[in-house]
Structures are given as C-alpha cells and as structure tokens.
Design a protein around this ligand. Structure first.
Ligand code: TPP
Ligand code: SF4
Ligand code: MG
Length: 278
C-alpha cells in the first residue's frame, strides 16, 4: 500500500490469481493500470457495474488483470465492441484500454468515429510510441528520428498528436498525462469517467524493454524521469508556409464540452419512433 493512498489496496481490484503479470520491469503500463484502479476506487464504482474492454498489445493485455467484467477483443477493435456494449447497457461504466498502435493505427478509424458520436465511454490510450508487444515496430505516435525495428535509419514520418485529433473529431472530453505523475493521472481519469460523453485520455507511457533499449534511453527510472524534463515533442506547423517545428505536448484536461451524448440521442429517437412520431 502506498502512503499517498492509505485506503486504496490495489489487490482488491486485481485478479490476484493472474499474478505474476507479464509486463517487463519498469513498463509504464503498470503505472497506468494503478492510476485507473485508483480512480475507480475513489469514485466508488461497483465492479459489477464496470466493463473494461481492450484490444491486443501489451496495453490491451491489462484488462485480464482487472477484477471486473472484462473483454479482451481483437486488435484495433475495442472501441467497436465497447460501442455496442455501452449502447446496450447504459447502466455500465465502459472503459476501453488501447495502445497507440491499437487505437491510432489499425483502430484509427474507430477512434475518430467514436469521438464524432460522443457516446458515453472512457478510452485510455496508452502511448508508448511503439508496437511493444510485437517487438518494436514504428507506430503513428513514434517521434521523428527514433529507432524502431521498422525504421532502422530513424523515423522520418511526422507523428500524430492524438489529443488534437480526438478534439478535431469531436470528443467531448480530451486529456493527456504522463505515467510519472500517477496521482495527476488518477485525477484526469476520474474526470474522464465522470464526463457524460466520450472521454479520450492519452497516457504517455514508457516501453522500457523495446523502445528504451533500442533508443539508448537508459534505465526505466531514467526514462520516467525524462517524462518530466523533456516532454515528447509533437510536430506542428503554424501555416502551410512555415516549416514544421516541435513543441511540448500540453497535459491535463485539454477539451471539455457538453455536446449531446449519442446513446441518449438514439434512445430519444427510438422512444419517439415507438410513439409513431416517424
Ligand atoms: C489484425 C492483427 N494485426 C496485427 C496483429 C499483431 N499485433 C499484436 S499487438 C500489435 C501492436 C501493439 O502495439 P500497441 O497497440 O501500441 O500496444 P503496446 O504493445 O505497445 O502496448 C500488433 C501489430 C494482430 N494481433 N492482429
Ligand atoms: S514490451 Fe514494452 S510495452 Fe510491452 S510489457 Fe515490455 S516494456 Fe511494456
Ligand atoms: Mg504501443
């Protein structure tokens, strides 16, 4: 038990029979899992009213460890499964856990449409800038110049700013935090869970074993310290006439609005239809 959370015993929220977990030592995804479970604890969310849906990858694997209703789905598709679940069971808290590859590469189309619909569910995208599980291929969030197994000369593609993308696509709530600040991340996840629409939370996580080694980023402790001192850059340009420039990524709540929630709109339309209004 940590002193910052005297009433929170993470073991009450984990399937202890699944231990030891498969994460590499120092993997940031473990800190993200702790922040999520802590947020659920502080909001006093009944485990029977919680459904965690995940895709495939090291991030996707986390649902297996959570003692709730969990659904480990196919690569890139957790938002599609979660959409059906949240529509059928609006009484549930539906949380999606997805990696940057899962959510933005193969699953990118599902993400933008989930943002556009604004259905009430919470999507945590664990961004370690790499396909960790499959040995370290480049992802849509890999920073430029970084080495991966598929960019042996250094990545030359500009990366996505996932939060800007989610905001532009219409998500009602968008935020970003680093795993280094677990209490801050917990607060951000809590705010997302309480939002009455689609909440997208980007978690800047570290793949120590694959990305860290490949890019000579030092120990897992050094990687996590680096999160504070040098935020990972995203690529922007001010206008089509100016060159690309790197900027720090902002953290915290970046977007919050009260756009109509999709499930409620759909139920309202169905109720009107059943009264013969159409
Ligand atoms: C349809 C399909 N394509 C490819 C794969 C192989 N695959 C499994 S996980 C993964 C990438 C995972 O990367 P990410 O989502 O960033 O998660 P991480 O492991 O980094 O947490 C890929 C390509 C798959 N399982 N299914
Ligand atoms: S391969 Fe990377 S992302 Fe996967 S468990 Fe190991 S450190 Fe974490
Ligand atoms: Mg990844």
């Amino acid at each position: 038990m940590f002193t910052d959370a005297p009433n929170f015993d993470i073991r009450n929220y984990l399937r202890m029979e699944m231990m030891p977990h498969f994460l590499c030592p120092g993997c940031g995804h473990g800190m993200a899992l702790r922040a999520l479970l802590w947020a659920l604890h502080e909001l006093d969310i009944d485990k029977d009213k919680l459904a965690v849906v995940s895709g495939i990858g090291c991030a996707g694997r986390l649902s297996a460890y959570i003692d709730a209703n969990t659904f480990h789905t196919t690569h890139g598709r957790p938002l599609a499964y979660a959409t059906g679940l949240a529509l059928a069971r609006p009484d549930l808290h539906v949380v999606v856990i997805s990696g940057d590859g899962d959510c933005l590469a193969i699953g990118g189309n599902h993400l933008i449409h989930a943002c556009r619909r604004n259905l009430k569910l919470t999507c945590l995208m664990l961004n370690n800038e790499i396909y960790g599980m499959t040995g370290g291929q480049v992802s849509p969030t890999t920073s430029e110049t970084r080495l991966t197994t598929t960019t042996p000369l250094g990545n030359t593609e500009p990366n996505f700013d996932a939060c800007a993308l989610a905001t532009a696509a219409g998500a009602g709530f968008v935020g970003r935090e680093v795993t280094r600040h677990v209490p801050k991340l917990k607060e951000l996840i809590k705010a997302g869970l309480q939002h009455p629409g689609f909440a997208f939370v980007e978690v800047l996580s570290d793949c120590t074993e694959v990305y860290g080694r490949k890019n000579d980023m030092g120990s897992s402790a050094e990687m996590v310290m680096r999160q504070k001192s040098e935020m990972r850059p995203s690529v922007y340009r001010d206008s089509v006439d100016t060159p690309f420039r790197s900027t720090d990524l902002p953290t915290g709540i970046l977007t919050r609005n009260d756009r109509p929630e999709y499930g409620a709109s759909l139920r309202r339309a169905a109720a009107l239809a059943s009264k013969g209004a159409h």
